[in-house]
Design a protein around this ligand. Structure first.
Ligand code: IYR
Length: 248
């Protein structure tokens, strides 16, 4: 892409076309190449504080669980807004920020359950359902009507630039996945719960219902709310550090 840009720029320079009225086909990257570099400032901590903070953050995050049972207790929209702002701090390919968080008031339970019934009875292979038994999920999804918010994370597979030109959204899926990780942390930090669900085959129906543009593909469905008082989770643990980290 850099090469294409450089070539086009050289060609444009050669043709000596000053007073460019912007009507030609010269490629202009979405972010100007001369955008200024500015000093980076962020808090610094002593090693002691750093250790304490990193351990405390781990303790906090280690309490996070995927929750499928929600209270219908309302959650202020302002809380959702700051959670999604946090998700929006994610890095992204070429700073394209290829995510749309759709916060639903609409009831989508019937649409999702219709597909999930087929997923569970036909689409998911025997080994898949066997591997999932311990989660005790079924095609019915009560959380879709219980949680105060259902958030749909759409990945923008491309963007739109002036004159209908498509903007490349490099690594849009991994960018959205990283953003979702920040979303999960922000939800947990707020004292709320969520579930990273991937509703198979529901994307097109939901996109249509919500009138989402054609560059958006459904990546994740995330209910958000308080866990219900009787919420249960599988009694599973996490891998110890020596199984997830190697140092050379
Ligand atoms: N998406 C389905 C099934 C499901 C699949 C996996 I892999 C899970 O870790 C959990 C559930 C559902 O939501 O029921």
């Amino acid at each position: 892409v850099t090469d294409v840009y450089e070539k086009r720029k050289e060609a444009a320079d050669d043709s000596d076309n000053e007073g460019d009225d912007g009507d030609d086909d010269e490629y202009k990257p979405p972010i100007a190449p001369d955008v200024p570099f500015v000093p980076y400032t962020a808090p610094r901590y002593s090693e002691k504080e750093m250790l304490e903070r990193s351990q405390a953050f781990f303790e906090e995050m280690n309490q996070r669980r995927t929750i499928r049972f929600y209270s219908d207790r309302p959650v202020p929209m302002e809380v959702m807004e700051s959670i999604i702002r946090t998700a929006g701090t994610s890095p992204s390919g070429a700073h394209t920020e290829p995510w749309t968080y759709v916060v639903l008031k609409e009831d989508i339970r019937a649409i999702v359950e219709a597909e999930e019934e087929i997923n569970y009875t036909k689409r998911m292979a025997g080994q898949w359902t066997a591997d999932l038994k311990f989660v005790r999920t079924e095609w019915t999804k009560p959380y879709l009507t219980e949680a105060p918010y259902i958030v749909l994370l759409f990945k923008q597979v491309y963007g739109l630039m002036p004159r209908g030109r498509k903007k490349n959204h490099y690594y849009n899926e991994i960018s959205c996945s990283i953003s979702c990780g920040l979303f999960l942390a922000a939800v947990h930090h707020a004292g709320l719960a969520t579930l990273t669900s991937t509703p198979m085959n529901c994307g097109p129906a939901l996109r249509q219902l919500l009138n989402r543009p054609e560059n958006e593909k459904l990546l994740l469905l995330l209910p958000v709310g308080y866990p219900s008082d009787d919420a249960m989770v599988p009694g599973i643990g996490r891998k110890p550090l020596d199984e997830i980290m190697v140092s050379y």
